[in-house]
Design a protein around this ligand. Structure first.
Ligand SMILES: [Zn+2]
Length: 406
């Protein structure tokens, strides 16, 4: 890592943070031309020295001194290839998690990222438990997971080939997260859902069901290939009954339990494939954007913390994000990304320097206290677990979905 001061306009380095015309001793100022690039030992942008940076050069001295003030309008600070002063890219706001239980939108497509984690886990437990059928001659609605068990896909392919027309599909595989959202809507009398199956009981969770348009025309082609029409009370729905399939509903539950446990090592649940009240509660408290993507944006609550320092590989986790956010709130330039990299270390050192702490770039109890983060419980590094913390509800604007039957 190298810090560089780039002089972008002809300027005067000064021993005091005032206008150079007010400095009388010629040894206390030094003219320098635009284009100069000087390696820095450190720098500070301190509020009480408004309009100036204090810079300490690593290799250069001017008038025998290596520490000077520079007017902020005339210089830039670069860390390797990244400009960190002025105007660093604003740190992206930490994403705010929306939990499954808080989804009020009438579409289940909002939970697709969590769905994907569950589906990937299913296919890790049993390869090709579900296969994608988007390669067939089909038109799928936006919330559709185009997944079926392999024999059901093969039979669907033959039916479509028999008729020689594209099939429009409004629902196929449904994850337990999607089903729980529908079930919650039903329980809360939202979205006009008259009835919804409890998660893991819907036949759309078997990977053997489809809801289609133009069902009357398709019915003979599908029935010839092992698909059964459910009947006039749910005329869009067909189930594959042709055999060679398995009941994957408990597999979906097991997959969710395993995903939950990967990201909540201190709050594990049984991996039994059984959709009981505990699994239901954990699914309700899962973030719709999937695990591992966000942290609580406020103070972090009871996140345990480690002693943070620059290391290889970088330390990573919500405790890092919390320290970064506290530093950013204190006016330091850094990206809140949960990685304790060189930029974070630089900001920590600047903060320690400002507070009169030992400038070691290590965030221990003293530095935490000065950052206003002293309340949490410290844990040893080896036992630290990256807990996916979730929070704040946020209503999503409703988007109507075409199909809600159970
Ligand atoms: Zn259906």
């Amino acid at each position: 890592m190298e810090l560089t001061l780039k002089v972008i306009r002809d300027t005067v380095f000064k021993q005091q943070p005032i206008d150079s015309t007010q400095i009388e001793d010629p040894n206390d100022k030094y003219e320098i031309d635009a284009g100069a690039e000087l390696v820095l030992h450190s720098w500070a942008n301190l509020a009480e020295e408004e309009g100036h940076l204090r810079v300490a050069f690593l290799e250069n001295t001017f008038n025998g001194r290596n520490t000077w003030y520079a007017y902020i309008g005339h210089v830039e600070i670069w860390q390797d290839d990244t400009k960190i002063f002025p105007d660093p890219p604003p740190p992206p706001p930490p994403p705010v998690s929306i939990l499954v239980k808080d989804v009020k939108a009438c579409t289940t497509s909002v939970v697709k990222k969590l769905d994907r984690q569950i589906i990937e886990e299913m296919n890790q437990i049993i390869p090709n438990a579900l296969v994608n059928f988007e390669d067939l001659n089909v038109l799928n609605g936006p919330a559709v997971w185009a997944l079926l068990q392999p024999p059901a896909k093969a039979a669907l392919q033959r039916a479509i080939q028999d008729r020689g027309l594209p099939m429009t599909i409004n629902s196929a595989y449904r994850t337990i997260a999607q089903q729980l959202i529908l079930y919650n809507h039903y329980r809360n009398r939202r979205c006009g859902i008259p009835v919804a199956a409890y998660p893991s009981r819907s036949n759309h969770q078997s990977g053997l069901a489809i809801d289609i348009q133009d069902y009357w025309s398709w019915r003979p082609y599908l029935e010839r290939r092992g698909w059964r029409w459910l009947g006039p009370h749910d005329p869009v729905h067909f189930d594959y009954v042709g055999g060679g399939t398995r009941d994957i509903r408990s597999l979906a539950v097991l997959a969710f339990q395993r995903v939950w446990n990967k990201y909540n090592i201190n709050n594990r649940i049984a991996e039994d494939g059984d959709y009981g009240p505990i699994t239901n509660s954990k699914l309700n408290y899962s973030p719709i954007e999937g695990f591992g993507t966000s942290i609580r944006p406020d103070n972090g609550g009871d996140i345990p913390y480690r002693i943070l320092r620059l290391s290889d590989p970088f330390m990573q986790g919500p405790d890092v994000s919390i320290v970064q956010k506290a530093l950013a709130d204190a006016g330091f330039n850094l990206i809140v990304d949960g990685l304790y990299g060189p930029g974070t270390q630089t900001a920590v050192k600047q903060f320690q320097s400002r507070k009169g702490l030992e400038v070691d770039g290590i965030v221990g109890p003293a530095t935490r206290a000065q950052l206003g983060l002293s309340g949490n419980k410290q844990v040893g590094q080896s036992s630290f677990v990256s807990v996916d913390l979730i929070s704040q509800t946020q209503e999503i604007s409703p988007i109507q979905e075409q199909n809600f039957e159970s």
